[in-house]
Structure formats: structure tokens, C-alpha cells
Design a protein around this ligand. Sequence first.
Ligand code: XMP
Length: 515
Amino acid sequence: ALLIIDFGSQVTQLIARRLRELNVYCEIRPYQNVTADSIRELAPKAVILSGGPDSVTRDGSPRAPQELFEMGLPIFGICYGQQVMMEQLGGKVEGGHHAEYGRAFVTPAEGHKLDGIFAGLFTQENKEQVWMSHGDRVTKIAPGFEIVATSPNAPYAMIADEDRQFYAVQFHPEVHHTPNGKIMLENFVRKAGFTGDWTMAAYREEAIKAIRAQVGDKQVICGLSGGVDSSVTAILLHEAIGDQLTCVFVDHGLLRLNEAEEVVAMFRDNYNIKLIHADEADLFIGALEGVSDPEVKRKTIGKLFIDVFQKHADTIEGAEFLAQGTLYPDVIESVSFSGGPSVTIKSHHNVGGLPEKMGLKLVEPLRELFKDEVRALGRELGLPASFIGRHPFPGPGLAIRCPGEITREKLEILRKADAVYIDQIRKHGLYDDIWQAFVAILPVRTVGVMGDGRTYDYACALRAVTSVDGMTADYYPFTHEFLGETATRIINEVKGINRCTYDITSKPPGTIEWE
Ligand code: XMP
């Protein structure tokens, strides 16, 4: 393994991400838990010291175990990690005056051969773009080190002690804004003897071991939605602990056509997972009667969801753990945005707060993964492509695709229209090019003519967007032929709709959902 000692940087997980892209297995350990003994026990082939928010000039600020530097291991220090190395190896760090955030350019120091872990850098021009984020900087390097590259504000931007295989940089090689950072990390791991033989198959094995170690012989509850994250979580847990896992699938009656049946068939019949299908459509739809405000809808559904989940979870005897498909981006978002001056555009419902309320401990086996890695893990676990590539679906479901008041009739019509639309998209081979596609049923009836008769039915809007993260989005440029054919099919096949429009709003200023 490669050991990453985490000093608390917001981007530490990105180091792990980059290493996994290089098929190198790594473990992130918070600095508080790292002792010389624990390092010897893990027996890593190399160590990376992460960035962090503290200042090494502050008394009591985090350090690496001093013995680490005498173990003969290659070490790479990043930002705070560089400063820790300098401080602990006899250099000097000063605070205050030279803060530097964002893009910077480093240029090679005269006379350096730029080989070893620096090979392949500075090949385009005599400079590299790097991402800086530091308040302090190194002002004297430790004995044995030499300067490899400098930036206007960081004279020791890149330094190395080749004899000991110690390397350190002031910037963050793990982020995208340091385009060639990956070259450096790759050179480092190759030099340390990693061959790149670690894969998702290996991650699966490790995750299973970790789940077993955490859970022991206790019972685990997992909220299953049928989305890719909770599906992969459930299958992984089932593989690790079999019947100690019970999934609770809350069916609020706001799902797409046949969705509940598909989820039950996949997890109960195919994977043999113990599954409680909480069919609570009446409860939810009853509570939403007369509600047309989007935020009230969300709050109503969110609150009921928790009550229902808890009611069913309470029937599982001896449950001590709650499994959740939390991903790494959820972890960073909740850190960097907590307490920030952000405005609630839409309150997203989730089961946050539930574990404490129920006295459950969390199991989050996907916490270190990014979405595409979760998909790769899903493939590894044999989850069918139809589940893995699914478009995201909001927790409140069709309730927010039915602007205004919800009725069973409207939901029924919406489900059918949506199914035709998605069928069209799949038939034309467009599904995977689109981030999300759905129909919204509008709260107006309009006049039409079919055969010789007048119709007075609902209008609907088709929505399809491209996006990378759902934060911004653009409408999908369907051809007119596709749109025409789809409108005809929906109006012919779905009783209750006699008019189709296509929503060409981007986000911003629009949002993806209609509510
Ligand atoms: P908007 O409509 O805000 O959607 O542009 C961005 C992404 O978030 C999803 N979304 C939700 N997901 N609960 C959820 O779990 C919600 O209340 C909710 N509202 C929007 C939306 O489907 C899109 O992927």
C-alpha cells in the first residue's frame, strides 16, 4: 500500500483518486492516528503527506511521527506536507506574508536535470501551471534537499532529496488545475516500486473486508432507492455480510412506471437480498393532497420518508448499523459548504439526522469513491448496465414533475408519457448522451382535435439536459424529427395528453426539474 497521512486538506481524497487512476492501492489515515508503530504495521512502500489548513509555525500544530523519516521510505510532501517535512528535517517555514491562492507558474531551477520524479515536466514550455493554496511558505530548505523549481512567490515550489527519495512541493499536484501533477505522482509511485496492478476487483475485496471488520455479527439496515449508489452499496454489503443485511425500499408512489417491480425483482429475486418493500403510496399521496408549493411538497415527503423508514427499520431486530451510499463529492460538499452563505434554492430531502435519531452507526463503503468509480464497482459486482447507467432521479420523485397539485390521475398520465419518452430516447441510442430526461405534466388543459372530435386534455413538457454534475446544465439538442416523432407517439399512446412542448431552458437561469 501507499500511505497518505491526512493533515486535513479539502482535497486529500483527490490524491487517492489520482493514485487509483494509476491502479495503486492507498490508505488515507488522519495524522492523529498515525504512529511509528502503525506505519510499521501497515508496511507501506511509500508515504504521501497531504496538505492541511493549519500552520506549522503554530505551537501544537500537526506533525508526522519523527521516525517516519528514518524508515527508508520514499516520501512526497504536498503543501502543508512540504512544510511539515521542512520543519521536521531542519528547514524553516514562515507565516503570513506570502499567501498565494490559485494559478501560478513554476520554472525549473538552473542546473536541475529534471529526471526521476520530475521527468516529463517542463517539456512544452519552460514552465508548468500549478495550483497554489498556502498561507505559509518554506524559507529555508532542510539539509540534503535541492531546489528543482521555483515560482515568483514560492522559491521552494519543488524540492528534492534524491538520496533519501524525499520530494516536496508547495502546490497541489492532485488537482485538475495542475495539469501535469499526475505525471509527478505517477513518477513517484513507479519509483517507489508500484506496478499499477490494483483494480476495482481489489477495491471490492478490501471494501468487503472493511465492512466485515466494522460490522462484526451485527445487523445492518440499508435504504435502497434503486439508484446506482444505494444499489451498489446494498450489493457490496450483501456480499460482505449476507443475511445480516436488510434493505428497506420506501415506495412513495411517486416512482416511474414499473420501477418498484424492477427494484424488487432485481434485489429480492435476483440477488436474494432481504428486502422490505414499504408500499406507502396511499400515505404519501394522501399527505400531498391540496399541496402545490414545491418546498412544502419536498418537506412533506422528506418528513414522511423518515417516519416510514424508521417504522420499517424498527421491525429489524438488533440492527446497529445503517448503510448509506454516501459518495466522496457528498463528503466534500458538506464540508466546504457548511455554514457558508449559500441560499437554499431547493431543499434536498435525504435521511440526514436519521442515524442519530435511531441510535445507529453508519456504514459508508462508497465514501471514498467518485460516481464513475461507483459505476465501475457496480459492473464489477455484476449489476446490469440498465441500473448502472441510470439517469439521476430526485428523492421526491414525480411529485416535483407535476407542478401544482398532485392527483393520482395526473401521476398515472405522467408515468405513461415518461415511459414513452424514455423508450424513444433509448431506441434512438441517445440515453447515455443525456444527463437526465423526463416529462413534466403541466397543470393546464388545452384544446385539441383528434379524429373528428374535440379534446380537452393536459399539456406536457419534455425535458432533456446535458450536465457533468447537475450544477449547471444545457438543454439537449434533439433533432426536429425526433421531437416530432416523440410528440406524436405520446399524444397517440397516452390518453389524457393532447399537447407536447420541449423545454429549451438552460441552468442557470432555469433548474433541471420544474419545481
Ligand atoms: P435542479 O432541479 O435543482 O436539480 O436543477 C439538480 C439535480 O438535483 C436533482 N434534484 C433533487 N434530488 N431531492 C433529490 O434527491 C430533491 O428534492 C431534488 N431536486 C432536484 C435533480 O433531479 C437534478 O439531478
